[in-house]
Design a protein around this ligand. Structure first.
Ligand SMILES: C[S@@+](CC[C@H](N)C(=O)[O-])C[C@H]1O[C@@H](n2cnc3c(N)ncnc32)[C@H](O)[C@@H]1O
Length: 279
């Protein structure tokens, strides 16, 4: 019977992932092994000759088999990290993306005094949780149309010891308050762009969290049409946006009475964040 050491498992996984065109094969292999063995990623290199029990090596090989078939690792492991916080994910919620951390960072850097904040389309709760951890806001409300997402978001808030009021709402439908900040990373991918996404995304992540009508602009339109009723006088909206959507969203914002608008780029130089002042 074959005895698996960390070195053998690492080499086997990397080879399998390379054969199956998994991006970053080494990183995937290290993450799986360190997750199952409850070790830090770099520590596995200090124990390369350690023999691994049959149970644990089978678990690692089972996970690798799912990953080989392009299931996202975050869904297989049931968790990811966002802005340094552990976030549980299942396939009813979008896996929070690194570019969304920039949205959170922007708000934390710019907003020193926030009383109330609303997140629209909270999914796993990642944005609201990172903001709750870093802003001293009295009220943080977060809505989503998906009941399963809201349950996951509540679990994540409990896991991270923050208090957020999650409730079901189709955009503003059940929202009554006014807020200093409204933040949203809404679905913003057009139908055409959706078709071009990788199988890894299309087969596993919820389409309702990604794709939007009106060429991807539906949620920006709906939010901007109704936002003035839900912002304090000095309130602001922060959006994550698609790299080619800034001009169109600025036009929609202007049509709805907003004139102080700024766009910020991501690390690749693409338009990614929009900040809109109420007045
Ligand atoms: C792009 S995901 C963002 C998830 C999370 N905030 C993040 O940044 O990782 C968009 C979210 O909007 C939610 N959503 C879709 N339609 C909605 C609607 N009509 N009203 C409220 N939320 C909606 C989806 O369920 C999904 O959780």
């Amino acid at each position: 019977m074959r005895t698996w050491t960390i070195r053998k498992l690492l080499n086997w996984l990397i080879t399998q992932f390379e054969k199956n065109d998994i991006i970053s094969p080494k990183q995937n292999a290290e993450t799986i092994i360190s997750h199952v063995l409850k070790m830090k990623r770099l520590d596995i290199y200090l124990h390369l000759e350690k023999e691994i029990s049959k149970t644990l090596s089978n678990l690692i090989l089972d996970i690798a088999l799912r990953r080989e078939k392009h299931e996202p690792l975050q869904y297989i492991l049931g968790e990811t990290e966002f802005y340094g916080y552990k976030i549980k994910v299942c396939n009813s919620v979008l896996i929070p993306r690194p570019e969304t951390e920039l949205l959170v960072e922007k708000i934390i850097n710019e907003e020193k005094k926030v009383n109330s904040l609303l997140e629209i389309g909270t999914g796993s709760g990642a944005i609201a949780i990172a903001l709750a951890k870093n802003l001293n806001a009295k009220t943080i409300d977060a809505v989503d149309i998906s009941e399963t997402a809201l349950k996951t978001a509540q679990q994540n808030a409990d896991l991270n010891n923050v208090e957020i009021n999650f409730f079901h709402s189709d955009i503003f439908e059940n929202v009554t308050g006014r807020y200093d900040i409204i933040v949203s990373n809404p679905p913003y991918i057009s139908q055409t762009e959706y078709e071009q996404l990788s199988k890894e995304i299309k087969d596993h992540e919820p389409k309702s969290a990604l794709q939007a009508k009106n060429n991807g602009l539906y949620f920006y339109e709906k939010i901007l049409q109704n936002a003035k009723e839900h912002l304090t006088k000095s309130g602001k909206i922060y959006f994550e946006i698609g790299y080619d959507q800034a001009d169109k969203i600025i036009e929609i914002a202007k049509e709805n009475g907003f004139c102080n608008i700024r766009v910020f780029k991501d690390l690749n130089g693409f338009d990614r964040i929009m900040r809109i002042f109420n007045t």
